[in-house]
Design a protein around this ligand. Structure first.
Ligand code: SF4
Ligand code: SF4
Length: 81
């Protein structure tokens, strides 16, 4: 794919990823969903794990910090580091 100036604003993956193998939403955990101030995360009941429902992240980090199993990974964009 040719590189355009717009590439810098595009992401191939969501900024917040949840490791479904570590996530214990199937045991009733909703910590990351509860702490996100923007309500971006949700539980996929069928899969028994959390996922990013809306891609509007503020990179405030409590979802990653408060997850009891370390399943949440927030990818802070290069431009905000
Ligand atoms: S970093 Fe903040 S805004 Fe982004 S998903 Fe986590 S809690 Fe929500
Ligand atoms: S806080 Fe962690 S274990 Fe709990 S639902 Fe979210 S990703 Fe899953």
């Amino acid at each position: 794919m040719p590189h355009t100036p717009h590439d810098i604003f595009q992401r191939s993956t969501a900024p917040v990823t949840i490791d479904a193998d570590k996530c214990i939403a199937d045991k009733g955990c909703t910590v990351c969903v509860d702490v996100c101030p923007l309500d971006l995360l949700a539980i996929d009941v069928a899969k028994g794990s959390a996922y990013m429902k809306f891609d509007e992240c503020w990179y405030c980090m409590p979802c990653e910090k408060d997850c009891p199993t370390g399943a949440v990974k927030v990818e802070i964009p290069y431009l905000l580091r």
